[in-house]
Ligand binder design. Sequence first.
Ligand code: ZN
Length: 188
Amino acid sequence: MYQSVLADGRLYELLLRIDQDLAGSAQAEGCRWCGGRLDRADYARKPRGLPPELGAEHTVRLSLCCAAEGCRRRTTPPSVRFLGRRVYVGAAVLGITALRAGAQRAEVRALRAWLGVSTRTLVRWRRWWRAVFAASAFWRGARGQLRTPVPLRALPGALLQRFAGDVTDRLIAGLRFLAPITTAAGAM
Ligand SMILES: [Zn+2]
């Protein structure tokens, strides 16, 4: 299920457009330290988990830099594609950790093999949701906006269940929901 979603290049085209919108909004706001003009200052990443046929634009983290002399500070807009410094793209991290370890064991194993994620990495990602993410200021604030509470043990699968649509829609909605934690200010 997730494998066919994650293997579909159209998902990443859509996510790229969302990232471009997010970067555009951040650019329009200007530098948050001095109000100066923000110029594009993207940087290259080497993300894993992307379908091989995608172009180089999918490996670039959109970023901004203040044009004002003496400031020149970087503003990292939110992203639905890169979940912090993780090597794997956000869609892969969210997709595989949203599967429940017990009930969907066969799919987890297949997806893990397909992505080339080690068991150790997967364990680390699962722990991150429950230990780091669950304790974050972002989650403490954001969980109140959800109509039905999400139990900590069921993160992030139960979070995706709160969004409407099919697996792709929910994955995109989840990545949008999480985008604030991908900026320098929201980093954990
Ligand atoms: Zn500035």
